[in-house]
Design a protein around this ligand. Structure first.
Ligand SMILES: C[S@@+](CC[C@H](N)C(=O)[O-])C[C@H]1O[C@@H](n2cnc3c(N)ncnc32)[C@H](O)[C@@H]1O
Length: 307
């Protein structure tokens, strides 16, 4: 497979806005916690050159491989790590990579993962896997086929905000085993009485399963706290989220850390940044994106950014 050819199929979302929100400067030290196909990382490296450094993290070994090929020209200033960003602090300690000028989280999945038959999408028939990393043990199939009905209903409600969670969980339990994405999608459609509107009725359940399989909310909550600690004075934290559960965590933490006497952050934008109409038309996957940015107003080295 030609990796360089396949890399550009993920279009980075809110790219200019991200570089501006990170306030990328030549010689700066940055972390991309969700490397993906390396689109944002390439722009960060370009804007931080000469002398910039980037630590890129992704839980998916295939993403690392693609990004490594894409960022080859910058290989001497990049360090790419195949790990979960929940281990951010440990990774930075190991490689002595702190304090930093900016940290980016571009959450969720890349187009490559959605298209790769790994069970994330009901547009393609595939086994119900949904793991970001093959090192994880729990797949979506295990959750679907082994959880009690009440637990399934709770999960679909809590992580998918699906109002028909009870009906869907009931139908799943009746029809198990469920092996593939299309089988599940079709069953959900029947459970909720067919399609209404443009959004497929399986969308929220698929989101819920993905969030559960990858413990997305727990890892995000923990990684954001670690990220704040790694920023130097004046360093920026930028997070792009794609659904309300993620955005709520980001918003809460940023607002909490930016208020009161002990505040360690300042919000860079009072309002959340969303893609322009032109970007959504060009890249429909950007439509639900929300960017929030905060700046560290305490921390190591007041002269850090100018130094
Ligand atoms: C939307 S994509 C990032 C795309 C990237 N910004 C680009 O321009 O190509 C999100 C990436 O984050 C990775 N990811 C999601 N959750 C993660 C986690 N907890 N730890 C590490 N990587 C994660 C996914 O594997 C995926 O490759």
């Amino acid at each position: 497979m030609n990796l360089t050819m396949s890399a550009p199929t993920h279009i980075p979302v809110l790219l200019e806005e991200t570089i501006e929100a990170l306030d990328v400067q030549p010689g700066g030290r940055y972390i991309d916690c969700t490397l993906g196909a390396g689109g944002h990382a390439a722009a960060i490296l370009e804007h931080s050159s000469p002398g910039g450094q980037l630590l890129g993290i992704d839980a998916d070994p295939r993403a690392i491989k693609i990004a490594r090929a894409r960022l080859e020209a910058y290989s001497s200033s990049t360090l790419l790590i195949n790990q979960n960003f929940a281990n951010l602090q440990a990774i930075c300690n190991k490689y002595d990579f702190f304090p930093v000028h900016g940290i980016l989280f571009d959450l969720g999945l890349s187009s490559l993962q959605l298209e790769n038959g790994r069970g994330f999408s009901f547009q393609h028939d595939a086994p119900l896997d949904m793991r970001l990393s093959p090192r994880q043990e729990i797949t979506a199939a295990i959750i679907i086929n082994a959880s009690p009905e009440s637990q399934l209903a709770h999960l679909i409600r809590a992580y998918g905000e699906e109002r028909y969670s009870q009906q869907i969980a009931h139908q799943i339990v009746q029809q198990r085993p469920i092996i593939t994405t299309l089988q599940l999608a079709q069953m959900i459609e029947e459970a909720v009485g067919g399609r209404r509107g443009r959004i497929h009725p399986a969308t929220k359940t698929f989101q819920a399963l993905r969030v559960a399989v990858n413990q997305e909310l727990e890892h995000l909550q923990s990684a954001l706290k670690q990220a704040i600690d790694l920023l130097g004075f004046g360093g920026r934290l930028v997070v792009i989220s794609y659904h309300s559960l993620e955005d709520r965590i980001v918003k809460r933490l940023m607002h909490q850390e930016a208020s009161g006497e002990e505040a360690c952050l300042r919000l860079v934008n009072k309002k959340v940044i969303t893609p322009s109409l032109a970007e959504v038309q060009f890249n429909p996957r950007s439509r639900s994106a929300k960017l929030r940015a905060a700046e560290r107003i305490t921390g190591p080295g007041e002269q850090f950014l100018s130094g």
